[in-house]
Each structure stands twice: as structure tokens, then as C-alpha cells.
Design a protein around this ligand. Structure first.
Ligand code: SAM
Length: 564
């Protein structure tokens, strides 16, 4: 590789571009900064708006046609029409190999050769990212680029010395493209679906500042960036790379922004196996769905809806299908579904939050600073999401919002948990309620247990709940009338309680009911106790329950929601 660096590097770049029809505003000075390559400043005030800053002639823009023609002689002979970025990366590699002999030498020699993107991180640096999306993404991206590199080099015409096209050189080309390219859809008007990255020498010398007003304009002859407002003398002159979150900035560009208003947490959720009705509700052929949490939208409707679909029982699924045409806010399929969906979402978000941590380092370097900003903002958005989920639980349980509002999630979660006895039953409630003392006493004797913990330890929670719900179905207490009616309508029919299903409960009936009837004939001696009633209760226990974490001891509890 030829030696490329010179002292007045940026002047040479400007002269080279201007000699071919390019432009650099006389008010601009481009210098080399310590940390992030070139930085542009306003030498004198730039009067805005719409003052031309930099232009690159189309003849110098590095695009697919030039890359393909340069390497394969004829763009039609290039095998990468569908992956134009491969041709451009190979082209860039070759320009670097050519050194001073490259027609783009004035540009290539100024391109950075070291990057702070995570593909350049050491093992220890990667460890600091453990638990984040970037941690997993790095290996995937490296793998994809390595495969691309192998394919690219394989198809290089024989006139090229393939041994010079090393993986390190290809990675450099990939990173140059990820950190400073423009989309062909904007530069050449190619369709968005077929957009690919192109390099625009000189115009790519500006750093990123979100929301800074700039204009990009393309003509047949050149591509120009103009300022959208006036810039005072001495101020840095920025481009605006678009609304990018820190994950995208870190992966593609190697830096992060503090208080980045466009930051998001991306949640990729694999689809569990779904019934055809649920698959229809998800309305995607994909195997996973992607959601973005942000400060302004910490609990997106489509994310909650995805969890509703995942947790919905058959009846709730039908309700969701019927509600499809209703605006997103009203897509609830009842309290149980809401609680289950929000609970599972809460677990997923908490797990993600627990998986990441900011490692404190004295005198952090640029990479460590970026990671700290990235991870702490991810944690902040995840915490906001947990708060929004807890508030949504308030709404689902019809609890009056706190006044004044609080962000204390522990306090809010405690209130949610305390509300549950008004909406459902669990083992603990059955065991402590005087109303069910007679039932509980027979269970204690019959099963030789003294508490709900004993029942859970013996792994017979389901059976006890089936006995309890059967007891409610048989005794039909007035305060459960509305719920019992709903349960009758949903599950007490021949389709739900078919012979095979009821047969499974015959053994349960024979094992439990006669001995319990001896202990308490008042409750268990009733003629109404049949395998079918127990099967009906079994359906209810299976479908109308929700696992909730006890906020005091963190233990999962199974609640049957009886509010309708
Ligand atoms: C298109 S280049 C911008 C000009 C660049 N400074 C150069 O070396 O030519 C993009 C790179 O500049 C740096 N950069 C851009 N904006 C930045 C910012 N706001 N903070 C830190 N680095 C930035 C990053 O290294 C990024 O990969």
C-alpha cells in the first residue's frame, strides 16, 4: 500500500474536489480533530438559511456503477447487482491498495483507519456491553460481513491480487461505508427498497448533530449540503445524519449522544407457537416481531397488543379478533388478559434491564464513554417502560391514579398486588378467608397440609384450585354470580367438556371426593360433585388464571381472575 498522508490534507481534498466541479464554502475550515477525524468550523459567520456549504461533483461520488465498471469492466458483468454494497466495498479496498495511484487518493488517504465501532472492540471492551442488543449484534454483523467478503473475493476478476484483499481491509471498507455513506435513494432517487450506501467525498466531512437544519440537494452534476440556519464564526458546522438512536450510532459510527431524543430500546420478540386465530391477529409471516421503546413512547400499543395475543385464552382470542377494527387503545380483551399481558411484558422488560449494567471506569476513554452513555440511556428507557407498565396495570385493575403522581415503582406495584383480592382468588386468599374456612379445613385434613406453601411444595396447587372452583360452581355464592354466568357460557358446553377431557377428571374425582366427603359431607357430599363439574372447573383454572409475583417475597402466585 502506498504512503498517503500529507500535511495540508484537507486543502488537498478541497482542491481535488474543486478541480472537478466541487465546492467548499470560503467560510468553512476543515481540520483534523483529536478524537473524531475531521471537524468543520465556520471561519466567518455563515449567513443562513440555505447557504451552500459543500458540494461534490457526481463524477467523484462512489456508487455502484463506478465500482462495478472499475472492477468488472462493465456494470452488467458485476455479480453483485442485488448486493451493490459488496461491489462498493471491494472498490474501496482496491482504491486503498492502489494508494497514490488511486484517482480517489486525495479522499482515500483522509479516511480513518481506526474506528470506535464495536467490531473493533477488544474482548474486555465487548464484555462491558454484555446483555445489550449490541453485544449480540456484533457477532451477527461480523459473520455476515465475513461471508460477504469471502463471496466478494471469490468473484474478483483474475487481474486482481486476491491476497491483498484481506479481511481487515474489507472490514475497514465496511466501516467506512457504515460511518459516512449517504443513501442512494436520496442521492440518485433510487427506490427506497433498492437503496444502497454511496460515498460522497468532501460532503461527508461534517459531524452529526441531531435536528440541526441542513438541506441535501442532488442534481445531475453534483450533491450539495447547505446550512438551514446561520452559523456564528467559530462554531462547528454539522450535518444531520437523521433521527438515529444510540444503538445505531454506536454500531454504525462508533459514538453515542447523551440525552439523545431519538434513542430507542429495540425489543426483538420471537413468536411462540400460535393457533391459526392468533397467527391471524399477529398478521405477520415472520418468526419474530420488533418493537421500539423510547422516552416518548415507553409502552407502545403494538407491543402490549402483541403480549395480549400471546397470553390470550381461546375466549379472549375471539374477543381480540372481534376488536380488530377498533382503535388501538380499546383492544383489551378483559382484565385477565390485560394483567397476564402486562405481567409477562413486565418480566421481559425487567429481565432486559437486569441483564445490563454500566461499568464505572476511572478516566474513561472514548469507547468507554460511548458505552456508558449507550447503556445508561437504555436502562433509563427500560425503567420508564416498567413505570408505564405498572401504570397500565393500575388502569387494568381500575385503581385510581396516585395524586400526586409518583414514579416509585415499588410503591405502585405494591398497590397493584394489594388490589388483587378484589379481582380474583388465590390459595393464600382461600386459606385466610373466614368464608372458606370449612372448605380449607377439609383440605388441610384430607391432604395433610397446613398452609398454601405446603400445597405448593407438594405440587398440588392445580388440584386444590380445581376443587375450590368446583366448590364455587356447586355452591354458587351470590357475589360470584356474574363470573359464574360467564364461566357457564364459556366452558360448560359439550365442545369444551368433551368425553376425553371429562375422562381425565374421573380419576381425580374417585381419588379425592369420597374421602373428602367423609371429612365434610356438607361441602363434598353434594350430589352435584361429578367428574364433569370438576372438568369444567379444570377448564376455568387452566384458562382464567394469571401468574403474579408476590411483591413482598417475589414468589410467583397463581390467581384466578373472577372480575368480569
Ligand atoms: C461522516 S464522518 C464525519 C466526519 C468525520 N469526523 C471524519 O473523520 O471525516 C462520521 C464519523 O465522525 C465521527 N462523528 C460524527 N459526529 C460525531 C459526534 N457528534 N460525536 C462524536 N463523533 C462524531 C464519528 O467517528 C463518525 O464515525
Amino acid at each position: 500500500m502506498g504512503e498517503l498522508r500529507s500535511s495540508n490534507e484537507y486543502d488537498e481534498l478541497i482542491q481535488w474536489a474543486e478541480s472537478q466541479g466541487g465546492y467548499c464554502s470560503p467560510s468553512l475550515v476543515i481540520t483534523k480533530s483529536e478524537t473524531s477525524g475531521s471537524t468543520a468550523y465556520a471561519k466567518t459567520e455563515i449567513a443562513g438559511p440555505n447557504t451552500r456549504l459543500l458540494s461534490c461533483p457526481t463524477s467523484l461520488i462512489i456508487d455502484y456503477d463506478k465500482a462495478a465498471a472499475h472492477i468488472w469492466g462493465d456494470p452488467h458483468a458485476c455479480p453483485f447487482l442485488r448486493s451493490p454494497q459488496i461491489a462498493i466495498r471491494l472498490f474501496l479496498c482496491n482504491q486503498r491498495i492502489l494508494g497514490c495511484d488511486s484517482p480517489w487518493a486525495a479522499y482515500i488517504k483522509l479516511l480513518p483507519t481506526e474506528f470506535d465501532t464495536p467490531l473493533y472492540y477488544s474482548h474486555d471492551e465487548m464484555e462491558m456491553l454484555r446483555g445489550t442488543n449490541v453485544f449480540g449484534e456484533v457477532d451477527l454483523r461480523r459473520h455476515a460481513w465475513v461471508e460477504e467478503w469471502k463471496r466478494g473475493v471469490m468473484y474478483l476478476p483474475s487481474k486482481f491480487n486476491k491476497t491483498l484483499f484481506s479481511w481487515e481491509l474489507y472490514l475497514w471498507a465496511c466501516t467506512v461505508l457504515s460511518s459516512r455513506s449517504f443513501p442512494s435513494s436520496i442521492v440518485f432517487g433510487t427506490s427506497k427498497d433498492h437503496s444502497y450506501p454511496v460515498l460522497i467525498p468532501l460532503v461527508d466531512s461534517l459531524n452529526h448533530k441531531p435536528q440541526v437544519p441542513v438541506y441535501w440537494s442532488a442534481t445531475a452534476d453534483s450533491f450539495t449540503i447547505s446550512s438551514g440556519n446561520s452559523i456564528a464564526a467559530g462554531d462547528e458546522v454539522f450535518n444531520n445524519y437523521g433521527p438515529k438512536g444510540n444503538e445505531e450510532l454506536l454500531m454504525g459510527y462508533g459514538f453515542c449522544l447523551e440525552n439523545n431524543a431519538f434513542d430507542v430500546v429495540t425489543l426483538k420478540l420471537r413468536h411462540p407457537r400460535m393457533t391459526p386465530d392468533k397467527a391471524q391477529l399477529v398478521s405477520s409471516e415472520m418468526t419474530e416481531s420488533i418493537f421500539h421503546l423510547s422516552q416518548s413512547s415507553p409502552l407502545p400499543h403494538d407491543l402490549v397488543n402483541f403480549f395480549r395475543i400471546v397470553v390470550a385464552n381461546a375466549h379472549e382470542t375471539q374477543r381480540l379478533l372481534a376488536l380488530r377494527t377498533v382503535p388501538p387503545l380499546s383492544k383489551t380483551a378483559g382484565m385477565r388478559c390485560e394483567l397476564d399481558a402486562l405481567g409477562k411484558l413486565c418480566n421481559a422488560v425487567s429481565m432486559k434491564l437486569r441483564g445490563i449494567s454500566v461499568t464505572g471506569v476511572a478516566n474513561p476513554n472514548m469507547r468507554q464513554r460511548s458505552m456508558k452513555v449507550y447503556i445508561s440511556q437504555q436502562a433509563k428507557i427500560l425503567s420508564q417502560s416498567l413505570l408505564a407498565i405498572t401504570r397500565a396495570m393500575y388502569e387494568a385493575l381500575r385503581i385510581q391514579p396516585e395524586s400526586p403522581d409518583t414514579e416509585d415503582i415499588t410503591f405502585l406495584s405494591k398497590k397493584v398486588y394489594e388490589r388483587l383480592p378484589d379481582c380474583g382468588v388465590n390459595l393464600d386468599l382461600i386459606f385466610t378467608s373466614p368464608r372458606f374456612a370449612e372448605f380449607t379445613s377439609a383440605i388441610k385434613q384430607g391432604f395433610d397440609v397446613s398452609s398454601p406453601s405446603d400445597i405448593r411444595a407438594a405440587d398440588i396447587e392445580d388440584q386444590i384450585l380445581v376443587l375450590f372452583v368446583s366448590h364455587l360452581l356447586i355452591s354458587a355464592p351470590a357475589e360470584y354470580a356474574a363470573w359464574l354466568d360467564a364461566m357457564h357460557e364459556r366452558y360448560n358446553n359439550d365442545e369444551e367438556l368433551n368425553e376425553d377431557y371429562v375422562e381425565d377428571f374421573e380419576r381425580l374425582f374417585d381419588t379425592y371426593i369420597p374421602p373428602l366427603a367423609e371429612l365434610n359431607s356438607n361441602i363434598f357430599g353434594e350430589q352435584k360433585w361429578t367428574p364433569r363439574v370438576m372438568a369444567w372447573a379444570g377448564k376455568i383454572v387452566d384458562s382464567e388464571g394469571v401468574v403474579v409475583e408476590n411483591c413482598e417475597n417475589g414468589r410467583p402466585e397463581y390467581w384466578i381472575i373472577t372480575a368480569v
